[in-house]
Design a protein around this ligand. Structure first.
Ligand code: LFR
Length: 487
């Protein structure tokens, strides 16, 4: 097939973007045509996504895209877990909640006790995160919105619905809700019922590559794209798209998809549902072609971006490059943090929280910005290393190379620290893994690439990658980790 152009709408927790990619047998050129801020809004009733602004940002981007080239198809991905509820006439019932909203704090434990933590893991294979969709639904059960709801759509499926009028639940993202049965791969009416959700609200599943219809007249007019423009289901969970674009050329790789979150783990053919896996809190989310993303969430560069936000609000220096230079020059292991401390999850004054953590754990808080940034990056590298080694042990696999993809792969210090802490070579890039995975799944559906290995080869052959070799031995890292029980 001759090269074709695909558009990816990729919404992240801090920004959304529309990128265009020209894909051919040895071609994969990506151009970002539009980027827009994703600014959550706090109402008295909680923290919400500004979903209409996100939809508008996507339309604006598609309008830019329409000017550049004829587009074969569009695909939409975003962060996982969150959803909108629709009434019987397809109207959105209120703004979707942000997964960092605190309303699930007390509910999650109650639901887990009620179902039984071990039973829940056997059923859905998911790591416990307080914001898993099933806990959000339990928190909302019985509200006027929940009572009026006739359909639940995850964020990318909601945006796709507004583009095409067709509903569905894309499987990789559906696998993060906690409502899919790992054994059957289908929605579990029992789990839905346990959190007070009528199973009929869950739309039929669709797979990456499935046809989602064509543009409605409204979005076609708003973007200048032909009404016949196809919308294709991609691996609509951003992390699943990122894993598609991991440029691995051998089976024994681990990955870290590093952005707002770090998602560290393995690609497997079958879930790991052992008791050891459950207590280590590993998740079995779905990837393309029936693969399992066996991984754990690490708090990620959120710790840094939220610190930058606090500094900016106080009129202090907050630009990334100078902060990283100061971190590189700061003293190693001045303080050690476990990035996954629950109090780091909600928005707020991150430098103060990190200082509080250090005091509680008998350490001197970082003395300046450079030192604080270094503490964050070292903590993340330690968490990457620990998570990868645990995943390998629990799955009975070996890791010979770590692929670090996503925005964090541009952070030299973090890549090197990850190699050092893990004692493994790190291949960094592509930084736009999610958008690449999005377009590759569309390209495959349109016959331009053939299989997973082919997609990965195309990424490896066309995208800039950097290589990091572990320095020294790991003992200073293991000693640092032991200081806060990060083992
Ligand atoms: C990453 C991500 C993670 C998910 C978290 C919340 O962007 O999608 O995979 O656990 O956001 O949705």
């Amino acid at each position: 097939a001759p090269p074709a152009v695909f558009a990816a709408a990729d919404l992240g927790a801090t920004s959304g973007r529309v990128v265009l990619a020209r894909v051919g047998p040895d071609r994969l050129d990506l151009t970002e045509v539009h980027r827009f801020a994703n600014t959550p809004v706090r109402l008295p009733q909680g923290l919400h996504w500004d979903i209409l602004a996100l939809y508008q940002g996507m339309l604006d981007g598609l309008r830019e895209a329409a000017r550049s080239a004829p587009i074969a198809s569009i695909g939409v991905d975003s962060w996982a877990v969150d959803y909108g509820l629709l009434d019987g006439e397809g109207r959105l019932l209120g703004n979707p909640y942000h997964y960092r909203d605190e309303r699930t704090d007390t509910v999650a434990d109650r639901v887990r006790e009620q179902i039984g933590a071990a039973e829940l893991y056997r059923a859905n294979g998911l790591q416990h995160l307080p914001f898993n969709t099933l806990y959000q639904l339990a928190a909302e059960a019985g509200t006027p919105q929940a009572l009026a709801a006739r359909q639940l759509l995850l964020i990318p499926d909601l945006l796709t619905y507004w583009l095409t009028g067709r509903t569905g639940a894309e499987a990789t993202n559906a696998s993060t809700t906690g409502l899919l049965d790992t054994r059957t791969g289908a929605w579990s009416p029992a789990l839905a019922g346990a959190v007070g959700l009528y199973p009929a609200l869950l739309p039929p599943l669709r797979r990456p590559g499935d046809d989602c219809g064509t543009l409605l007249a409204g979005p076609a007019a708003a973007t200048g794209l032909p009404q016949g423009t196809a919308v294709t289901a991609v691996a609509s969970h951003d992390t699943a798209s990122a894993v598609v674009a991991v440029p691995a050329d051998r089976p024994d790789f681990g990955y870290v998809s590093c952005g707002t979150w770090s998602l560290a783990g393995l690609e497997l053919e079958a879930p790991v549902l052992s008791e050891a896996s459950r207590t280590a809190n590993f998740t079995n989310e779905l990837g393309i072609d029936g693969t399992v993303r066996y991984l754990r969430n690490i708090m990620g560069l959120w710790l840094l971006s939220e610190s930058q936000r606090s500094w900016q609000a106080r009129g202090e220096p907050h630009r990334l490059e100078p902060l990283l230079a100061r971190a590189a020059a700061a003293e190693p292991f001045a303080a050690v943090i476990d990035p996954d401390t629950p109090e780091f999850l909600a928005p707020g004054d991150m430098p103060a929280r990190i200082a509080g953590y250090c005091e509680r754990t008998g350490q001197r808080p970082p003395a300046d910005q450079g030192s604080l940034v270094r503490t964050i990056l070292e903590g993340l590298a330690l968490a990457h290393a620990r998570t990868l080694h645990q995943a390998a042990a629990l799955a009975g696999r070996e890791i010979q190379v770590v692929h670090l993809v996503g925005g964090g792969s541009r952070n030299d210090l973090l890549c090197q620290f990850t190699a050092d802490a893990a004692g493994l070579p790190v291949v960094a890039g592509p930084s736009e893994a999610t958008a690449l995975g999005n377009v590759l799944v569309q390209a495959r559906a349109h016959g331009l690439v053939h299989d997973r290995a082919g997609m990965r080869r195309l990424v490896a052959d066309t995208q800039p990658l950097r290589h990091y070799t572990p320095r020294g031995n790991r003992s200073s890292w293991t000693a640092a980790a032991a200081r806060v029980g990060l083992v």
